[in-house]
Design a protein around this ligand. Structure first.
Ligand SMILES: [Zn+2]
Ligand SMILES: [Zn+2]
Length: 66
């Protein structure tokens, strides 16, 4: 589940555009986008993190964008 950066309504992960105001919901398009799902993955242990996390909390490996 994500939140539309414009109207703050919950939107489905699979939706490309907000049905309420037409905001582009694709990851990386809008700077205001605040994804609630993990977008990075540890290449070592496979743990998933959100896009703000840089290093794995378990083993310190630098995360890759999923
Ligand atoms: Zn919206
Ligand atoms: Zn790890």
């Amino acid at each position: 589940m994500r939140i539309c950066p414009k109207c703050r309504k919950p939107v489905e992960e699979t939706w490309t555009f907000c049905p309420y105001d037409g905001t582009d919901l694709r990851p990386g398009v809008g700077k205001e986008t605040m994804p609630l799902v993990s977008q990075k993955v540890c290449p070592k242990c496979g743990a998933k993190y959100d896009s703000r996390t840089r290093f794995c909390m378990k083993d310190g490996t630098e995360l890759k964008t999923a």
